[in-house]
Design a protein around this ligand. Structure first.
Ligand code: PLP
Length: 388
């Protein structure tokens, strides 16, 4: 008997980097020392105080039982306290905060609470793929808003067709942005909030990179602008902030009339975040900013050595003010060919921008998740290759 899979499985795009991955495996098999800049997963460890808090909570048998669905009160309170200290926005931890098993889980599931088949949701492109997939899997339609260099990688909201707006219920934004490293100022966020109000959209702000910023830049929240609270739910994560990708913990915060149904929905799908992980999260939030200063200083050193090295090699990377990504235009404009050439000729692996959406064509993404010594080695190899 053949398994007859659901039609929705065809919505899952084939693995876009399969070809490059095959080439990487071939290079590794030949003994090439491949320097990998593709993964948005910090190589740095979780700060020891946070690990210790998680270890202590792990040993407590009370935490071996099912977690509270919406998150432990102490975790939701810690998240609310963070929102107040960091953004000056006060939230009710009982009604307006929901623990997530990492923001990816929340981003993927939220459309189930918001969209019906045929509804539309506006998504940035290039962008984190889960915004669109979450909608597609339930038969809703992601409308891709191009993020272009001439607009500072901000979407042109006014260019969204009226027909799409008539069916749209949500607007995803992600600043600081993956993959472009772009940031949004308060003026843009103010316009986005007004746009959401005008068109009856929930503004879904993915702020997973809010704390990874440099040179005094302080990334805003959508709650910093007038009206933000009336239209938005914001997603926060400890993954990037405190090198906690593997722990799986984040939260959604904002409008209670979306948080409550979202929480009800999730209580049918999952059983919450491991309580010991939430305890580590509480510790992390209590330390804020604490270890962040050192973490961001390390990314800044890496950013500077990569950007300076690439420029010396004849490329033109911008200097990102936030995130740990460098989004670089490639000579000739063919990002896939460029990535393949880099891998095959000098053993440097980068992500072709078109993998994040058609508008990413012509760019590659470097992730600053390699120590400076490896960055220096990669740059030396690129110099030998020349910018062609
Ligand atoms: N949002 C963006 C823009 C991301 O780049 C990522 C991870 O790379 C996530 C969300 C998911 O993070 P988490 O580990 O909290 O699920």
């Amino acid at each position: 008997m053949a398994v007859r899979l659901a039609r929705r499985m065809s919505e899952l795009a084939p693995y876009l980097f399969a070809d490059l991955d095959r080439k990487k495996q071939a290079a590794l098999a030949k003994g090439v020392d491949v320097i990998t800049f593709t993964i948005g997963d910090p190589d740095l460890p979780t700060p020891p105080e946070i690990v210790a808090a998680g270890q202590a909570a792990l040993a407590d048998p009370l935490n071996h039982r099912y977690p509270a669905y919406a998150g432990a009160k102490v975790f939701r309170q810690a998240a609310a306290d963070f929102m107040l200290r960091r953004f000056g926005a006060r939230f009710d931890p009982d009604r307006e905060v929901l623990a997530l098993i990492g923001t990816k889980e929340g981003i993927a599931h939220l459309p189930l609470a918001l969209l019906d088949p045929g509804d539309a949701i506006l998504c940035p492109e290039p962008g984190y793929p889960v915004y669109a997939i979450g909608a597609r899997l339930l038969g809703a339609v992601p409308y891709q808003m191009p993020l272009l260099p001439q607009n500072g990688f901000l979407p042109d909201l006014e260019a969204v067709p009226a027909e799409v707006l008539g069916r749209a219920k949500g607007l995803w934004l992600n600043y600081p942005n993956n993959p472009t490293g772009a940031v949004a100022d308060l003026d843009f966020l103010t316009r986005a909030v007004a746009f959401a109000q005008r068109h009856d959209l929930v503004l879904l702000s993915d702020n997973a990179y809010s704390e990874i910023a440099f040179d005094g830049y302080r990334s805003p929240s959508v709650f910093d602008v007038p009206g933000g609270r009336e239209v938005a739910v914001e997603f926060h994560s400890l993954s990037k902030t405190y090198n906690m990708c593997g722990w799986r913990v984040g939260w959604a915060v904002g409008r209670s009339d979306l948080i409550k149904p979202f929480s009800d929905l999730k209580s049918n799908l999952d059983s919450g975040v491991f309580t010991a992980v939430q305890a580590a999260g509480v510790k992390a939030l209590s330390l804020w900013p604490g270890p962040l200063e050192g973490i961001c200083a390390e990314y800044r050193r890496r950013r500077d050595s990569l950007v300076e090295g690439l420029r010396a090699a004849g490329y033109q990377p911008p200097v990102p003010r936030a995130t740990f990504y460098v989004w670089m235009p490639v000579p000739g404009g063919d990002d896939r060919a460029f990535a393949t050439e880099l891998l095959e000729r000098v053993g440097v692996l980068v992500t072709p921008g078109s993998g994040f959406g058609a508008s990413g064509r012509g760019f590659v993404r470097f992730s600053l998740t390699q120590p400076t010594a490896r960055i220096a080695e990669a740059v030396a190899r690129l110099k030998k290759l020349g910018a062609g």
